[in-house]
Design a protein around this ligand. Sequence first.
Ligand SMILES: CC(C)[C@H](C(=O)O)[C@@H](O)C(=O)O
Ligand code: SF4
Length: 472
Amino acid sequence: MAQPASQHARTLFDKLWASHQIARLDDGRSLIQIDRHLLHDLSSPQAFSGLRQAGRTVRHPEKTVAIADHIVSTDVDRSDATVPGGTEMILALRRNAQEFGIRHFDIGHPDQGIVHVVAPEQGLVQPGMTLVCGDSHTCTLGALGAWAWGIGTSEVEHVLATQTLAMQRPQSMRLTLDGTLAEGLTAKDLALHVIRSIGVRGASVGFLELAGPLVTALEMEARFTLCNMMIEAGARAACIAPDEVTLAYMAAHGRQIPKLDEALQAWRQLYSDPGSRYDTELKLDINLQSPQLTWGTNPGQVIGLGESLPAPDTSTSDSERAVLAKAYAYMGLRPGQRLEGLAIDRVFIGSCTNGRLSDLIAAARVARGRKVAASVRAMVVPGSMTVRREAKAMGLDKVFLDAGFEWRNSGCSMCVGMNADQVAAGERCVATSNRNFEGRQGPGARTHLASPASAAAAAIAGVIVDHRTLES
Ligand SMILES: CC(C)[C@H](C(=O)O)[C@@H](O)C(=O)O
Ligand code: SF4
């Protein structure tokens, strides 16, 4: 029988909740202190309009940071011009940041990029913080031991005005990952495999702690990738307790944090005490041997290379059958087929999932000295201009350009069909991003989510292929 949770043993979430709860409200909710608020071009203009209409102002501009990323052009000689309606939003964010005195990583800023890439790079996320942004992939930032989650537009307005949020204490869960990853597989393969295993609602909680040997073995950037994908399993926030890997990252990126040395010590207390229990506990024993890619239209429809696409069986319900049939029709695939050898048209390497330096290094390892297939248009979009600069200093720009990849400026780009970077209807794209929903990369676009190495290999081969057969 399971041991009852010890009275005093607290989970990481218990600690984060207790240290940010500033009041209990009569309706059963609690008022939570928000340490950092990130804004982007797409989800903030409406919130500012509401704020103005209510005659309010920004309570803590110094805790608020704005970043232009979703709608911006990624052309190397870009301006504010982008898709219809987009420029207005870029200008609105600029105006709002200026008027309320908010630091802004605008187009042209040397460190502009995707909000979830820029924030940790610039030391804007710290272990133990509460951090919110009007964006579901804010869960990425919990990799540093922060409680970071995505909020809606009315909540954005509330945080702007008060630097707090009223909320019910959310359900919490710990997912422990144990086992092995074969050589050449990455956090992206692991994340896709986890979502395949537990389903797109398998971790539908407000707070998910990721733990276990497979998690702690990951480098910091790989942890961002894993946490980033957990919203696709339903988790609003995903968090990894700070350890030496986290603290080394903070020592490098948090130099402007006052009393950093003391902070580094304090962050060591942010872990789940032995004997503490989450509302739900789940453990996966993983033995991953092949690259994982999505074949369908949600991030749980994943297959390992070497496997055949699933056919409905006797245990499949009618509604599941309908979902499968729709995904197959949209993707132009059939049960029993394999992904290897499937011809592709586009490759996208970037996004807040896999647009960091280590991702570009992994892709370049495959691309070096090779050529993108004539039938493929492939682009590399660094997650931030900082990443772009660092990659360039390593000569990666040259590797990609020589191979025939486009080497673009930073932004959300082809992860989301909201700027000029889109996949045409019927085209098949291998993408390192996190969502493969119908129309996500453009109406009728067919997306296969994959790791940077898998994406680079597909660009070279012109078909889906196991990158380990190419790597030099
Ligand atoms: C547009 C934005 C609000 C959205 C999100 O919430 O995640 C986007 O970033 C995404 O990845 O779908
Ligand atoms: S890169 Fe994609 S997932 Fe990330 S914030 Fe931008 S649109 Fe959302």
